[in-house]
Design a protein around this ligand. Structure first.
Ligand code: SF4
Ligand code: SF4
Length: 387
């Protein structure tokens, strides 16, 4: 990325009233150059929400329909009439997720739903972490992508925001394999940065009106943050999300690796935060922003990674590290965690028969948290302690 300052617009918005959300998103877009500076009317545009799985909007798992409707409305008003929308959830269908959130064709201003279930193999010679991808065909066929992500926590990467949301560009059933190929938070983040480098989404909009804290990205707790963020720089946007929840942006692998790989910046002095409240937009510092709209008790992992000398004692660190744990009282023995564990030979299995909850083999577990993400009963949480 050339040496320029990245603009991140922060627009306070109290709730999901459709008109309020529309006005807020329009105002934010105008603050960073207007929709016309990101897409042209003759282009085929993909609007990519976070549709992790089928869930009612108030659960805060998915981008809220009011945010999506506002984006479709703005695109339609700008003369963009070749707009598609979809995602490739790891579990269930995109169609099911849209239906559950109550979004129908009449709500999307002439845009079209697309299933994102056909893949295209792509070689990427310039890839740093990854030189081939299996993208959903819509990713390749679109001229421009608008990434409409959700402000949530994430067991592997601590947060999921603009950088992480592009993992939905990969066809759903391939996602688990990606965790085996990129088995820790750092290499996984580098692979995500390569997806950004290849696909170059033009604009990132974050639904942070009701965010998810705690056991995200699927089983956390909705929490009002009352903001929408937007930028053409996904790392800067996620960095401002960190400022709002009092989290060191450098702790987030998608920020640190994203910056190293040139998809954006997490450096405070290279980010202009444009606060769009009151009569006029104004630039604010991260401290001013936090004072006005921050939430220091947002439940997210703020622990520092172990010091490098401790890594030498890797046996001890492995035994002390975070790992998924099943709450036996919540588990209904459905086996979805076993099905989605990507490790050959499975790191979670019904060792004691299907009448009892599955059991982990932590010596095989790569801590990808696919099991935690997919558990429909929210029975799996990251835990810590001696194994
Ligand atoms: S997915 Fe959840 S509920 Fe189903 S078996 Fe695994 S832990 Fe139990
Ligand atoms: S047990 Fe869970 S966290 Fe461990 S490798 Fe399997 S899916 Fe990933």
């Amino acid at each position: 990325m050339e040496d320029k300052r990245s603009k991140v617009a922060v627009i306070p918005c109290d709730d999901y009233d459709e008109e309020k959300v529309y006005i807020s998103i329009k105002r934010g877009l105008d603050a960073i150059g207007g929709i016309g500076s990101f897409v042209r009317s003759e282009e085929k545009i993909l609007v990519k929400p976070n549709l992790l799985s089928a869930a009612a909007p108030d659960k805060a798992l998915t981008t809220h329909p009011s945010v999506l409707k506002a984006v479709f409305r703005i695109l339609s008003e700008s003369g963009c009439n070749d707009v598609i929308t979809g995602d490739s959830p790891g579990h269930g269908s995109c169609d099911g997720a849209f239906k559950t959130m109550g979004l129908t064709e009449k709500d999307i201003y002439g845009a079209r739903f697309t299933p994102m279930n056909e893949e295209v193999h792509v070689e990427y010679e310039d890839g740093i972490a990854c030189r081939e991808f299996y993208f959903c065909k819509e990713i390749i066929e679109s001229d421009a992508i608008i990434n409409v992500c959700k402000m949530k926590t994430h067991a592997l990467e601590r947060i999921t925001g603009a950088v992480k949301n592009v993992y939905g560009f990969i066809c759903g059933y391939r996602k688990a394999q990606g965790h085996v190929k990129f088995p820790n938070d750092t290499v996984f983040a580098r692979m995500l940065a390569d997806i950004h480098r290849y696909t170059k989404p033009r604009l990132h909009i974050m639904d942070g009106i009701t965010a998810m804290e705690g056991n995200g990205p699927a089983a956390g707790t909705p929490v009002d943050m009352k903001v929408i963020l937007m930028s053409d720089d996904p790392v800067a946007l996620d960095t401002v999300y960190c400022y709002l929840v009092d989290l060191d942006p450098e702790l987030i692998p998608t920020n640190s690796q994203g910056m190293r790989m040139g998809i954006g910046t997490d450096e405070e002095d290279k980010i202009d935060i444009l606060l769009c409240d009151g009569e006029r937009n104004r630039s604010v510092t991260k401290d001013e922003l936090f004072k006005l709209y921050g939430n220091g008790s947002f439940d997210v992992s703020r622990s520092k990674p172990p010091k490098s000398f401790l890594n030498r004692y890797s046996g001890i660190m492995t035994r002390l590290s975070r790992r998924p744990v099943i709450n036996r009282d919540l588990c209904v023995k459905c086996g979805i965690c076993v099905e989605h564990c990507p490790v050959p030979g499975k790191a979670v299995e019904f060792k004691n028969g299907k009448e009892k909850p599955p059991v982990y083999d932590y010596s095989k577990c790569i801590r990808c948290y696919c099991c935690q993400e997919m558990c429909p009963r929210h029975a799996i949480k990251p835990g810590r302690g001696l194994l």
